[in-house]
Design a protein around this ligand. Structure first.
Ligand SMILES: [Cu+2]
Length: 459
């Protein structure tokens, strides 16, 4: 697909339509078919599934400790539901169709209302047939603000995505269920962009300080990212503050569903190039977000930033004494499965393939009636994932954050999604302090739909 980079995109991005709301009404989040100019001007516009007419959906901002209320209105022709990714949420509000709620039928609504215990960068997305619904556009940023925000000049949300578009028609290439994609790395788009634009650009001044909130909302693409004309520190991962800001010295890796907060200083002078680059498949660095430097905010850059204020309940205690649950990641192209349990039956590889199941977690393909584990509230648990496949997987736990326990017993940062590379063993440890049924799945959404989904119960 040939894409020219143009300063001006002729297509009009869709804008949210203001709706008169009754005072007693809950604020709406409408799942809606829309048409958006994702490809450069001159290429056709793309019919999408949106929240409130835009790709991505509106940035929802709320204060830490407050309650978020949204009435999902489903005006699509398919059932849907909303998952509030990374929020340590009431189980009934987690949005997982078939586990925590029934999918909302066309024409109906569902009221989401929940407390926001943690500040940070989160996102929301469809969790009904998410492989297709997220790819068609059903996602948006969810920003929970600290009472005392860090000292920055600006706060920018960069939702990074890719889309698989037929350049002749503008339509999404409709092969979400293709075995080739689901049994391999997943659906990788042919157009990469930020906040719904292939040519996203910001303007900034030299020595201006920005908080940049990166969110990977792609179905399967692992982004390698690099700063140009900018210098910065990592200050949070998956919403949760790091104890100490870490200088960015190398390529940043952001797996599907992961977030990273950076505090970035513009070091390029006026007229010099600056921006965020991504590693393309041909190993070249390409511009993902262009920063045009115009003027000067200060004569010298500032020093290292302070850490963000901590969120509550960030400690994971009693890890060394906690029992270890083995959850090997299995299957996929080139490796396959001898057998796995699917819908209560032990099936061989050929039977699994016929049912569209290419992957398994600890011998189980897809959700079973019984959870992978039942944990008592307050218990510390460890789950060891050995990746026996030849593909990377971004493993996400709902409802609770975890820390990676390294081989030497030290704990990594608190997060909700971890990238497990082929032949790698990663152990996560968490306090099971949130009661309910919590999904544990790969966030390569094609993998999740074809076996890599399980759940744990906290009683
Ligand atoms: Cu996977």
């Amino acid at each position: 697909m040939k894409m020219t980079r143009r300063a001006f995109c002729a297509g009009l991005a869709a804008v949210p339509l203001a709706r008169p709301a009754q005072a007693q009404d809950m604020a709406l989040l409408t799942a809606k078919a829309a048409t958006v100019q994702l490809a450069p001007g001159g290429y056709p516009a793309t019919p999408v599934w949106s929240y409130d007419w835009t790709i991505p959906g509106p940035v929802i901002r709320a204060a830490q400790g407050s309650r978020l209320e949204r009435r999902l209105m489903n005006t699509l022709e398919v059932p849907t539901s909303v998952h509030w990714h990374g929020i340590r949420i009431d189980n009934a509000m987690d949005g997982v169709a078939g586990l925590t709620q029934n999918a909302v039928p066309p024409g109906e609504s569902f009221d989401y209302a929940f407390k926001l215990p943690d500040a940070g960068t989160y996102w929301y997305h469809a969790h009904t047939n998410s492989m297709e619904q997220v790819a068609r556009g059903l996602s948006g940023a969810l920003i929970i603000e600290e009472a005392t925000p860090p000292d920055v000049d600006r706060d920018e949300v960069l939702m990074i995505d890719d889309w698989l578009i037929d350049p002749d028609t503008g339509l999404f290439i409709d092969n979400f269920a293709a075995p080739m994609l689901r049994s391999h790395g997943g659906q990788i788009g042919n157009l990469v962009g930020v906040n719904g634009r292939y040519d996203y650009r910001l303007s900034a001044r030299q020595n201006e300080r920005l908080r940049v909130r990166l969110i990977n909302s792609a179905n399967a693409r692992i982004f390698g990212l690099k700063l140009e004309g900018l210098t910065g520190w990592k200050v949070a991962l998956d919403g949760m503050p790091l104890d100490t800001p870490e200088p960015v010295t190398d390529t940043l890796v952001l797996a599907p569903a992961q977030r990273m907060d950076l505090i970035v200083d513009v070091i390029a002078a006026e007229g010099e190039t600056a921006g965020l680059l991504f590693a393309a498949a041909d190993d070249t660095w390409r511009v993902l977000a262009d920063v045009s430097v115009d003027g000067r905010a200060a004569s010298v850059p500032r020093g290292a930033p302070q850490p963000l204020p901590r969120n509550p309940r960030m400690e994971v205690v009693g890890v060394d004494a906690a029992p270890v649950l083995e959850m090997p990641l299995q299957g996929g192209a080139m490796r396959g499965l001898e057998s796995a349990t699917f819908n209560g039956q032990r099936l061989g590889w050929q039977e699994l393939v016929e049912k569209g199941q290419y992957w398994a977690l600890a011998g189980q393909a897809g959700l079973g009636d019984t959870p992978l584990a039942t944990l008592s509230r307050g218990e510390t648990a460890r789950i060891r994932t050995t990746n026996d496949t030849i593909f990377p997987h971004a493993m996400h736990l709902h409802g609770m954050h975890f820390r990676v326990r390294r081989a030497d017993g030290r704990l990594g940062p608190l997060r909700d999604t971890v990238l497990v590379m082929p032949n790698e063993t990663t152990e996560i440890a968490f306090v099971a302090d949130n009661p309910g049924k919590w999904l544990l799945h790969c966030h390569m959404l094609g993998h999740a739909a074809s076996g890599m989904t399980n759940w744990i119960m906290v009683t």
